[in-house]
Design a protein around this ligand. Sequence first.
Ligand code: UTP
Length: 268
Amino acid sequence: MPVRVAVIPAAGLGTRFLPATKVVPKELLPVFDTPSLQHTVDEAIGAGIEHIILISNRAKPAIEMFAEKASGGARITVVYQDSPRGLGHAVECARELVGDAPFAVLLPDELMGDSSHLKDLINEYDATGKATIGLKRVPRNEVSAYGCITPQGVPDATGRVGIRDVVEKPNAVDAPSDLVIIGRYVFGRDLFGFLATLKPAAGGELQLSDAIGNMARTGKVNGVLISCTRHDTGTPMGMLTASIDAALKRRDVGPQLRGWLETRLKGQ
Ligand code: UTP
């Protein structure tokens, strides 16, 4: 069955963007002039997604307003998570709507340069029938910010590697590798079985990475290394650099911004 459904969790509290997120959901903050959620929707549509399930929170009505107005060709359905009980719980909220279909999950606070990585994940899922997770190699001192995988050997020339286990936010010294999960996934229906048996992690949240770890220990998860550009827009600094990068690439404003930055950095 082709992957035509995507789940985009957007029900979190966005505490790292307070006070802005008292009023505006993190997912609607602009990367230069476009809401980050719009970039995620466009990425999904570019990879062939036809139905997007947006997980939201009733305290964030702007997400539903966005869904009503967002264009691009995909059907968007909003499902509510009663309270932000973790990413694993957020994805589980889509269970009924997803039905038996394979589905992608895209975190909207990760900005990809294009749809190529998601297409790679979908192709790998189609070829193997195994859950497929987007990965990135990071410096060892950065692994503690991510879910980190235990690989089965080393990635092949195309960046594909089996995943034996996942550990959430390990210390650099305990980390099983320098390969981390970056917020793009493709799953079959069997993920919901693993989500249903999850126990709350430290902090009380139901973690998607714990479900992936349990699934990986049964030998049913592969990873693919990202080959396009990526920005972590989950922090104010990441959002700022993503905005600058996006504006620098634009023909209408890029030269003007470059000139301003050069002058500013010379201290004038
Ligand atoms: P994050 O943990 O980065 O988002 O989750 P957050 O919790 O909103 O951010 P901070 O840490 O408080 O600043 C990644 C994505 O998963 C969604 C978030 O909305 C975000 O898009 N999410 C997270 C949910 O939908 N439900 C949850 O319970 C947790």
